[in-house]
Write a protein that binds this ligand. Structure first.
Ligand SMILES: [Zn+2]
Length: 268
């Protein structure tokens, strides 16, 4: 959007163009990944979905990224910006208000930051925008993440994506990692960032980092936030960065499946 002229925005709105909205946070991601990991990820997904829509003859616009989100767990680390819930909700709502005033009706929010406070806030802002502004805004979410937030999948504020991942991908795992949680700056996120933006990843350091994947008890500590989180993950990552290679084998294919599925559902 920000490379366009205002006249192009007017035309896009008149043409009924859909909007893709990258959301995220600025957050520490361990010593090997950049603060912007989550918003970089969202931005890239929006770009890939826009390209795919374009191949199908649809021109979508990407809303300037919103990254002043909520970092409850990692807020004690320098570089983790975090806003109050009401601040974030108000800003998001006003952005939706602007979008409505420009003449747009439909927007899809992409978010790869799992903090429940952050997700809740996004959803509350979306629901308020849909009911008070008559917009059709949805949060893009994978079906396997529904249970994390207690949703069924038929909520009108969700666009549920269900890429057909080969079962064997889920069976491949380093034995030492079995039963542990790789949730932040670990193998998966290092692999994704290394695929999208290798120039921002310190891969040599990632290879040398020891696993800090979480047990169930560790997860509880992580969720406490502040200094408690630091006790369980002193370097800021909760996962196994050096395992990025095994996960990374399928990243290209995984992202392609996601992009194809999301695009299909946006096209309706
Ligand atoms: Zn992240």
């Amino acid at each position: 959007m920000i490379t366009k002229k205002w006249t192009e925005i007017r035309k896009a709105a008149a043409d009924g163009s859909k909007l893709l909205f990258p959301l995220g946070v600025i957050e520490e991601h361990g010593p090997h990944l950049p603060l912007g990991s989550d918003i970089f990820w969202s931005q890239k997904m929006c770009e890939l979905v826009r390209e795919e829509l374009k191949k199908n003859g649809e021109d979508a616009l990407i809303v300037p990224g919103y990254y002043w989100g909520i970092n409850y767990c990692t807020s004690a680390f320098p570089g983790s910006f975090t806003l109050k819930k009401e601040t974030m909700k108000q800003v998001l709502f006003e952005i939706f208000e602007n979008i409505r005033n420009f003449g747009f009706k439909e927007a899809y929010c992409f978010n790869y930051h799992g903090d429940a406070h952050h997700i809740d806030t996004i959803v509350e802002a979306i629901q308020k925008a849909n009911s008070e502004l008559g917009l059709n805004v949805k949060l893009v979410l994978e079906s396997m993440d529904l249970q994390l937030y207690g949703w069924q999948g038929d909520e009108d504020f969700l666009l549920v994506s269900e890429p057909n991942y080969p079962i064997k991908w889920f069976e491949e795992q380093e034995p030492s990692e079995r039963g542990l949680l790789d949730i932040h700056g670990g193998a998966f996120e290092t692999a994704v960032l290394n695929y999208f933006y290798p120039e921002y990843v310190d891969l040599e350091l990632a290879k040398a980092l020891e696993s800090s994947s979480l047990t169930k008890e560790g997860l509880q500590k992580w969720l406490e936030g502040g200094e408690a989180t630091k006790e369980v993950v002193p370097l800021g990552y909760a996962g196994n960065p050096s395992g990025y290679g095994m996960v990374g084998k399928h990243i290209k294919e995984m992202i392609a499946l996601q992009v194809a599925d999301i695009t299909k559902r946006i096209r309706g």
